[in-house]
Design a protein around this ligand. Structure first.
Ligand code: SF4
Ligand code: SF4
Length: 204
């Protein structure tokens, strides 16, 4: 399920994400989390940058902080894993129509990138992860995660998606021994979505 609103944080300064990480470290210690969220939103002019209203911006930032807090909790366990997979969202492909040459195998279910466009985010992430020994899946939705985890016994997975889809996948992975790391999209909308390659590089 996508968010009910669209956002684009791709032009927000990198420092914003450092701030999200800082707040995530302190999560649980804050009695006034809502005020902290509103401070972050004001400081980085998130409403002006994205056109979101305050309550949608709070939902978005709260999700980013929650994801980062779970990433931090899981990081040590994840670093000890050997057999890993990367789940990429199909919405970050350069093309969503026939110009994308990826083949879809419903039995997995996953797209396999055919590397038709060097500037395609999914292509770049795919190549990076494969070099690091990951199996890579390009998924049409979080419902594919449980099927893949049942057939291939991964110890660690990195998932890229919008916050809502990551929450659903997190519930699936939370019921297993798999250590997860999540990378939220910085621009959603179910087509031409964007994630940060630097964040992916550091996470892998
Ligand atoms: S590079 Fe891969 S994922 Fe991107 S459009 Fe081409 S085949 Fe599709
Ligand atoms: S933005 Fe991408 S990951 Fe999120 S629901 Fe839409 S297609 Fe799925």
């Amino acid at each position: 399920m996508p968010y009910k609103f669209t956002f684009d944080l791709s032009k927000v300064p990198r420092f914003f994400f450092t701030e999200i990480a800082r707040v995530s470290y302190q999560k649980g210690m804050h009695k006034t989390l809502l005020k902290t969220l509103q401070d972050v939103i004001r400081k980085f002019k998130i409403q002006e940058a994205t056109g979101l209203n305050l309550s949608d911006a709070v939902v978005l930032i709260q999700d980013l902080i929650d994801l980062q807090a779970v990433n931090l909790l899981e990081r040590k366990k994840f670093l000890q894993t050997k057999k890993r997979a990367l789940f990429l969202p199909h919405c970050s492909r350069k093309y969503m129509d026939g110009r994308c040459k990826a083949a879809f195998d419903p039995s997995i279910p996953s797209y396999t990138c055919a590397h038709c466009s060097p500037d395609c985010l999914v292509n770049k992430a795919n190549c990076l992860a494969k070099k690091k020994g990951y199996d890579v899946y390009v998924l049409p939705g979080s419902s594919c995660v449980s099927k893949i985890l049942k057939t291939a016994r991964y110890e660690g997975v990195v998932g890229v998606a919008c916050g809502e889809e990551i929450k659903i996948s997190g519930e699936i992975i939370g019921g297993t021994d798999v250590a997860g790391q999540a990378i939220p999209l910085v621009k959603n909308g179910c087509a031409n979505t964007i994630f940060n390659m630097e964040t992916l590089f550091k996470t892998l």
